[in-house]
Design a protein around this ligand. Structure first.
Ligand code: NAP
Length: 548
């Protein structure tokens, strides 16, 4: 079955990028030196959603460029045998040059991966940083990489693109399978990949979650997860007025306000932009937006921030040396900054019960939007009684999961509106109940529960445990710098968001307080304005003058 390459009309109803993006993408493709050959092997007689999304996306892009050559064959065709394709739908990218195949399609978040993949193939190079290239070039033995992803996971494209870059840069060594867990639940089960993204190389787990580009290459080299990347070569230097550590609502808002005040700012984010908001299924209390997906809200904020400021995603701050200026070392480069804003947010709290860490990614999850789809038709519990737990329980119920809320008290901390929703959706709640142990061999099989009023214990057979019990402030960097913390472990600051160290400020969830998206954004704006005023009229110089 051959589909002729016809750049022309896209049938009505097929996804097309909005006109301005379409032009920009068209211009990018025009500059690509190479043709991009795509081969889809689909299951005969089956018009699955993945094959459909591939066809639609290819047609939409092909309308912008004649460089994409697309052919489709049934999976029992001799071409499939030639390239060792034994199951469909599988999309092969330029198989004469690269060993990259995708079991799935550009649905949801994965559209970003698809576009980047096309561009790197068209370029014929990976655009990897010098440090990443340095590590990747050391690898001599073959690496068969598998990255498990899902269309609803905002972290997945970052990790998928890391693997794509490796496969494009070293095709003689690195082969890649991108595996959508909904398209290939058999492979997800075989690898016990019950959270995404998860990356394997030569069947060894090399990463759970998204990594920076350099950390991915280091994990690929060592064939085990790496958590710290020590740069081996001197990186480029960026000089700014303000370095903002953290790209959540506080950091993004601070970037907008700082630049609009005339300050030159840089936002550095090691993980997913948007922080916790990117993982929130639905936000219903951000003014101006009655109901919006967390990831959509993040995209809006990031797009807005990029109008003004520079964002360095996937880059981790490794060290800050206090001085004038501050020297900020990241996993990729150095920054010299007159001021620093710590908007590092907070990270998931753990239950700290037996089985939790061992079965993490094997049925224990901290992100319903990322991993929920894996549990469709199954039975899970959500632990917690706050806004996050209730929002996640509602989301899981909504996508067809049998969900029970387990809460340690007899009343919810969540807002009344959400509590009512929980009742209306008939989600059962186990009150006064604590999880004592999570059990299972390869995967979660049951939980041991204790009623803290009666001390009765019981077991509940279960497929998944979603832990939503709040967040701990991310203060490792603050502690390293000597920034004072309050008795609850959050950064101690004054009304101008100044910390105890002159020139270092804080904003957002790392300061404690109400921890709402709107309050984090407000704190980010306040901090940026305070920094602007202090830079014009530095309070630390005045303090020195008063002392002398
Ligand atoms: P939270 O409000 O701190 O609630 C944590 C919940 O987990 C509480 O019910 C707590 O129980 C329970 N918990 C804590 N430690 C536990 C443990 N070891 N074992 C069992 N249960 C435990 O956290 P959150 O729900 O993640 O929300 C964090 C912040 O984000 C909040 O300020 C929230 O309002 C905000 N948020 C906002 C939105 C939104 O605006 N749309 C959405 C989600 C979250 P107790 O009640 O007994 O303390």
């Amino acid at each position: 079955m051959l589909e002729p390459n016809q750049p022309g009309q896209v049938p009505v109803g097929q996804p097309q990028p909005p006109p301005d993006y379409a032009n920009q993408i068209g211009e990018i493709f025009k500059k690509l030196p190479n043709e991009i050959h795509l081969f889809l092997f689909s299951n005969p007689g089956m018009d699955d959603v993945f094959s459909q999304s591939i066809r639609q996306a290819v047609r939409a892009f092909r309308d912008l460029t004649s460089k994409i050559i697309f052919r489709e064959y049934p999976v029992d065709h001799e071409m499939a045998r030639e390239w060792n394709v034994d199951a469909g739908p599988a999309l092969l990218f330029e198989p004469d040059h690269y060993n990259i195949r995708w079991y799935g399609g550009p649905l949801g978040e994965e559209g970003r991966t698809f576009l980047e993949l096309l561009i790197y193939i068209g370029l014929g190079k990976s655009n990897l940083s010098e440090q990443s290239l340095h590590v990747l070039r050391k690898i001599q033995e073959p690496r068969q990489v598998k990255v498990f992803v899902s269309p609803t996971c905002p972290y997945c494209p970052q990790q998928a693109v890391n693997a794509v870059k490796a496969a494009i840069e070293r095709p003689e060594v690195v082969s890649l399978e991108l595996i959508d867990i909904q398209c290939r639940p058999d492979l997800a089960d075989q690898y016990s990949a019950h959270s995404v993204p998860q990356a394997y190389a030569n069947d060894a787990l090399i990463a759970m979650g998204a990594q920076t580009e350099e950390l991915f290459m280091a994990s690929l080299d060592k064939l085990e997860p790496q958590t710290v990347f020590i740069p081996e070569i001197e990186s480029e230097l960026v000089e700014v007025d303000l370095v903002i550590v953290g790209g959540g609502p506080a950091g993004l808002t601070a970037g907008i306000y700082a630049e609009r005040s005339g300050l030159n700012a840089a936002i550095i984010e090691k993980g997913a932009l948007g922080g916790q908001v990117a993982l929130t299924p639905t936000v219903e209390n951000y003014p101006g937006l009655t109901q919006v997906g967390g990831k959509t809200l993040v995209d809006i904020m990031v797009t807005h921030a990029l109008e003004y400021t520079t964002i360095f995603p996937g880059e981790e701050v490794i060290d800050i040396t206090i001085g004038s200026p501050f020297e900020v070392k990241t996993s990729r480069r150095r920054f010299l900054a007159k001021t620093i804003l710590l908007a590092t947010g907070a990270s998931h709290r753990h239950l700290d019960v037996p089985g939790e860490s061992r079965l993490s990614g094997r049925g224990v999850s901290y992100c319903a939007t990322c991993d929920g789809m894996l549990f469709q038709g199954k039975k899970v519990i959500v632990v917690g009684g706050g806004n996050s737990a209730v929002t996640e329980a509602l989301y899981l119920k909504n996508i067809g999961i049998d969900v029970t809320l387990v809460h340690r008290r007899d009343s919810l901390r969540a807002q009344e509106f959400l509590a009512k929703n929980l009742e209306e959706n008939q989600i059962p709640v186990l009150w006064n109940t604590e999880v004592q142990e999570i059990r299972g061999e390869e995967r979660v099989a049951e939980v041991l529960l204790k009623n803290n009023q009666t001390d009765d214990t019981s077991t509940l057979p279960i497929d998944g445990v979603f832990v939503a019990i709040g967040y701990e402030p991310s203060v490792e960097l603050a502690k390293k710098l000597g920034v004072a913390l309050n008795e609850d472990g959050f950064i101690q600051k004054d009304e101008n968001h100044r910390t105890n160290i002159p020139g270092i400020y804080s904003a957002g969830d790392v300061e404690g307080g109400y921890k709402q998206i709107v309050t984090a954004a407000g704190q980010g704006s306040e901090a940026a304005m305070s920094i602007f005023e202090d830079m014009i009229n530095p309070y630390w110089t005045k303090e020195k003058e008063t002392v002398s």
